[in-house]
Design a protein. Sequence first.
Length: 250
Amino acid sequence: MKLYPYVIYPTQKIKFALEKIDKNKQGFLIVIDNSKKVIGTLSDGDIRRGFLKGTKIDDYVDSVKFSDFEYIYITSSFKEITQKFKSGKITFLPILDSSYKLINIITKKQFHLLLMEDMIYDLNSDFFSLDVTKLDHEIYNRPWGYYKTTFLNEQTRAKIIKVLPKGELSLQEHKKREEHWVIIKGCGEVIIGDSVKNVYPGDYVFVPKGCKHKISNKLSDDTLLVSEVQLGDYFGEDDIIRYKDIYGRI
C-alpha cells in the first residue's frame, strides 16, 4: 500500500501540500515526522483558514497543520469507527499503531462502501483502491417521473423511484433480474402477471424474473415513491422488454 500521496512533513512548504492535495483528489494530507509518527492533519480548509490569518504559500506546513485531530488504532473495532464517522466534521481517519505511527488511512466514503459491499473488516486493507464512485449516482428523468440508483454492485441494485401523478411505467419484464418493491409514499396500481392490485405505504411487491409487471400512479394527485431492490446478475436498461407503453417507447 502506498500512502505517499496522502502524507506530508511539517518542514515542507504549503505550496507543495496544495499540489499534493490537488493530485490525490482527497482534500487532505496526514502530517508525519521522520519516524512516521502522526503529528497532525492538513485539509484544504486548514490552508484556507491559514491564508485568511496571513499565512503565505511559501510558509511551512507546520504553521497550518491541525494538531487536535481524530484518529483510530489498527486494533479499533467497527463500532469505534462508526461512532467517529457519525460526526459530520470527520471525513477521514488516520489509522495508527500503539506508537502513533501511521499504518493506514480510511475515509468516510470508503467505510460506507466497506459496509455496502459486505467486505471483510480489515484495517490493513488498501482502501484507496476502492471505487467510491459506486456510492454516487445521478438522477435519471423518465416520462413518468425519475429514479435515482442508491447502490449498485455485482449482485444487487437499489433505486428510489418517483412516479408523478397520472404517470405509469411500461408493462415490461426482465430476464436477468428479479425486483422487490416497497411502497414508501402515495398509492398506486400494480400489475404482476395476471394480477392487478392497489398498493399503499408499507406494501411489499415481489416481481420474479420473466414476469410481466407495471406500476402506475392513477389513484391520487400525489406522487408515488417506491424503493426498489433488484437481485440478479445484470442490471442494464437493455434488460427491459416492453409490451405496452403510453409514451411510445416500444
